[in-house]
Write a protein that binds this ligand. Structure first.
Ligand code: C5P
Length: 246
């Protein structure tokens, strides 16, 4: 396991046990930064609150596969959010690389169609198996929050597609949890756009409070700027957890 230096952690870490495991296991920290040192510092200080680290395009492009491997070795579940969408052969080979890194989850666009999603699922599983890593899962991105042309029928079709192609879950906005409920027993539902009431919504059009999203059936909440852009990220994470305990 990679050593975390005091410099990387930015000081003393809070006790991990203070946050109940059933809350920590449902919170994913979106490390949307372009610097691995900064990402490591954020992850170290917020470790007690988050069981999953989301490595998105920005960090992956800045720091490469090391960014995934580091957080895997540090003991987090890693959610590799690269939103793959290409020809099946390319997606299969790219997913194989992600699988070999030990990621727990990887995203691919359901709009890429059945062959591409099957290729993503196969590639991810093969990559993990070849590297002796535990079996990861593909999360199908249903409808981008920026897409205002997709219909409820599109969402339903994409949930069916995710199940039929062997995806482990989907990404959906909180308001879509009711529509996606029929697939809840077969798909893990991961929900971004989480904000505490009255908080800055930034560019997210469809936000929800963390407690409401969990009550509505979300399995994993993606927490980004609500915590990472706060003046005091640890205090913001405390506030988040307090809202779930109340
Ligand atoms: O900072 P914020 O909480 O808005 O971060 C949301 C995170 O979730 C970002 O990393 C973004 O890429 C991701 N995401 C999203 N909407 C989707 C899929 C992923 O906001 N439909």
């Amino acid at each position: 396991m990679a050593e975390e230096t005091t410099e990387e952690t930015g000081g003393e870490e809070p006790e991990p046990e203070r946050v109940p495991v059933d809350i920590r296991s449902r919170l994913a920290l979106a490390l949307d930064v372009d610097d691995l040192i900064e990402a490591k510092r954020l992850a170290a200080s917020l470790r007690p609150y988050f069981g999953t680290i989301k490595v998105g395009l920005e960090l992956y492009l800045a720091a490469g596969p090391t960014s995934v491997g580091y957080f895997v070795e540090a003991g987090f579940d890693v959610f590799c959010d690269l939103k793959l969408h290409d020809i099946p052969n390319t997606v299969q080979r790219a997913a194989g690389v992600v699988g070999s890194l030990g990621a727990r989850w990887m995203t691919a666009h359901t709009s890429g169609g059945p062959s591409m999603l099957c290729a993503a699922v196969e590639g991810l599983a093969e990559g993990a198996a070849n590297a002796g890593m535990p079996a990861p899962g593909v999360l199908g991105v249903t409808i981008l929050t920026s897409d205002d042309t997709a219909s409820e029928a599109d969402l339903v079709a994409r949930c069916d597609l995710a199940v039929d192609t062997g995806c482990g879950g989907i990404i959906c906005a909180a308001p879509d949890l009711a529509i996606t409920e029929p697939w809840a027993d077969r798909l893990v539902r991961v929900v971004p756009g989480i904000r505490l009431p009255g908080g800055d919504t930034h560019d997210q059009a469809r936000v929800a409070a963390p407690g409401d999203a969990l009550v509505d059936g979300a399995d994993l909440l993606v927490i980004g700027r609500m915590v990472t852009a706060a003046d005091d990220p640890v205090a913001a994470a405390e506030e988040l957890v307090a809202s779930l305990l109340s």
